[in-house]
Design a protein around this ligand. Structure first.
Ligand code: CP3
Length: 351
């Protein structure tokens, strides 16, 4: 591709430099769920294929991965897939039901059910993921880096044990307290699978990795330390070998930030409930932060959106480096123009 003045486009590595702790101008921007139903171009593909088929066909996954790079001008691409995909390869029944979200069936509640699950060979069992990564590296060459990802063990265990999305987390907490041996055996199995899976993504060409711990925030500090953190830590440590940046995102984890930091990831991703200034105030300025606009703020009129983005960028200057993102995924109801506006504002206001 060429720019207006006829020069060859340079590889945009601002995201990778920020991950490594460099303060970039402008700050890099990408959004969780940047490929998704809010975008008509995604809907056009999704209208022809169900979600799991899109995840399993590398050319479709690659196509929708690139859409936000072309349409929004974000500084990184994130592989189109889902954190629940490896659970199916472990032997769990996975489906996505319209209006109900993901369903894991049967839910894993006994040792006997646990014994039906097994480790994976990512190359054998999830070849479509590695193929999508290889295709994307070719298609993105000279543009932006590609982020791979996985769900953190506590979050994946919550889907396995609850059988889907839950509000109470009664079954996972019950297992952790009533049968800790079974709970820890399940967490160890998921941890091994996740290490193998992320290692394969890195070997296939992912240039950074993000671990999503969407539900660990339902734990108090002592329980996070006992039931979630050791496993996240094991994954972070194992992936250091790959020498690519590692981002750890605990949603709703404001009460855990010092523990989250102790997991040892290169980048800490924050949701909107935790000000970046709060994180640097407690942890010091030597952290690289990613975040943290409330996705719902994309419904604000331009002036107020600008003010909010500006405040976040200001706080980001108090950290070692900052990657602008949302505090959670883009909602399907958000107008595309607002998403694009947010990318442009974050770039302009930090240039
Ligand atoms: O961010 C990206 O653009 C990359 C792709 C991605 C998806 N899911 C695509 C997706 C990533 C990184 C995820 C992670 C994921 N999946 C998480 C962790 C992050 C978070 O949101 O907290 C979780 C908890 C899941 C589980 C999951 N997948 C749920 C609860 C749902 C249903 C919710 C809904 O919006 O319907 C999904 C489905 C899903 N994953 C969609 C997309 C684009 C919607 C599928 C569709 O088109 O119908």
């Amino acid at each position: 591709m060429t720019t207006d003045n006829g020069q060859l486009d340079q590889f945009n590595d601002s995201f990778l430099r920020a991950c490594a702790g460099e303060r970039t101008t402008p700050v890099p921007v990408w959004f969780m769920r940047q490929a998704g139903r809010y975008m008509p171009e995604y809907q056009a593909v999704r209208g022809k294929h169900d979600f799991l088929t899109m995840c399993k066909r590398p050319e479709l996954a690659a196509e929708v991965t690139i859409q936000p790079v072309d349409i929004l001008g974000v500084d990184a691409a994130i592989l189109f897939s889902d954190i629940l995909i490896p659970l199916e390869a472990m032997g769990a029944g996975l489906s996505f039901q319209e209006g109900r979200g993901p369903v894991l069936s049967p839910p894993i509640r006994s040792r006997q059910q646990f014994q039906e699950l097994h480790g994976i060979d990512p190359y054998e069992d999830l070849p479509f993921v590695m193929e999508a990564i290889r295709m994307l590296r070719k298609e993105l060459e000279g543009r932006v880096p590609l982020i791979g990802f996985a769900g953190a063990p506590f979050t994946l265990a919550s889907y396995l044990i609850e059988g889907g999305t839950t509000k109470s987390f009664v079954n996972i907490k019950r297992m952790a307290f009533e049968d800790p041996k079974l709970f820890h055996d399940l967490m160890s199995l998921i941890t091994g699978v996740t290490i193998d899976y992320l290692t394969a993504q890195a070997e296939a060409g992912a240039q950074a990795l993000q671990l999503f711990d969407t539900w660990a925030g339902v734990l108090g500090r002592a329980d996070y330390e006992a039931f979630a953190l050791p496993y996240a830590k094991r994954i972070v440590q194992a992936l250091k070998q790959q020498n690519i940046p590692f981002i750890y995102f605990v949603f709703n984890g404001g009460h855990l930030i010092d523990l989250v930091k102790s997991a040892g990831a290169d980048v800490m991703a924050l949701d909107w409930r935790t000000d970046i200034a709060h994180a640097t105030g407690h942890l010091g300025s030597d952290i690289v932060v990613q975040g943290n606009l409330d996705p719902a703020a994309l419904f604000l009129p331009e002036d107020e959106l600008r003010q909010r983005i500006s405040r976040i960028l200001q706080q980001g200057r108090g950290a070692k480096a900052h990657i602008f993102n949302l505090g959670h995924g883009i909602m399907p109801e958000i107008p595309v123009e607002k998403v694009k506006m947010a990318v442009d504002l974050a770039h302009q206001l930090s240039a």
